[in-house]
Design a protein around this ligand. Structure first.
Ligand SMILES: [Zn+2]
Length: 200
């Protein structure tokens, strides 16, 4: 495909993902406090979309297509958010899937042997700051594995953060984020909701 076709295809995929989020009720509108502490009028709860296996499979296949050139030999995700999509990506690529989980606040590879010096890709549902993604990937890197790619269904990184980090995503969110002091939704007096906080 030439560059224009690739871009048109990316837009088609993003439109499908947006449609699936709406249809599954995963795209919530209101007044939300995100895990970063910032406020927003939009919140995406990916689990609501991923509960439909055909939607999860679609997202997994599209991420796998984009990851394939990096030739990952194993997929790694952090629990819980990355479990379903990581598994779908691994299935589409025909490679194993493993996950890390928090134990006493520390990310650990509890249930699996370290895969050694394999090439691995890190998969998440949503990436906001990338902090827990890095923490997760570091566990395999420290044992000699090669971190070749990262991907998430949604890229929610704010502008100018982690520009150096090459992240594959299906939908780059551009909803405005507000500091509490200058949040127009707070000024309107809309009740603030704190959805699914990342304490796990
Ligand atoms: Zn607010």
């Amino acid at each position: 495909m030439d560059k224009n076709n690739v871009m048109a295809n990316d837009e088609t995929v993003a439109a499908r993902i947006r449609g699936m989020m709406k249809e599954s009720g995963a795209h919530l509108e209101g007044h939300f406090k995100l895990t970063s502490g910032l406020h927003s009028g939009n919140y995406i709860q990916c689990a609501l979309m991923l509960r439909y296996p055909e939607f999860a499979a679609y997202a997994g296949e599209k991420l796998a297509e984009r990851l394939a050139p990096a030739k990952p030999e194993i997929i790694l995700s952090p629990a819980l958010g990355g479990l379903i999509i990581g598994h779908e990506v691994a299935r589409a690529l025909g490679v194993p899937f493993i996950f890390c989980e928090r134990q006493d606040g520390i990310m650990k590879l509890r249930r699996f042997p370290h895969p050694g010096n394999l090439r691995f890709a890190l998969i998440e549902d949503v990436i906001t700051t990338g902090k827990s993604s890095r923490e997760t990937a570091q566990i395999l890197v420290e044992g000699g594995a090669d971190w070749v790619a990262s991907a998430s269904i949604i890229d929610r990184r704010s502008e100018n953060t982690m520009d150096e980090w090459d992240l594959i995503s299906l939908w780059k969110l551009s909803f405005p984020l507000y500091e509490e002091d200058s949040c127009p939704l707070c000024k309107e007096g809309l009740p603030l909701v704190k959805p699914g906080s990342r304490k796990d």
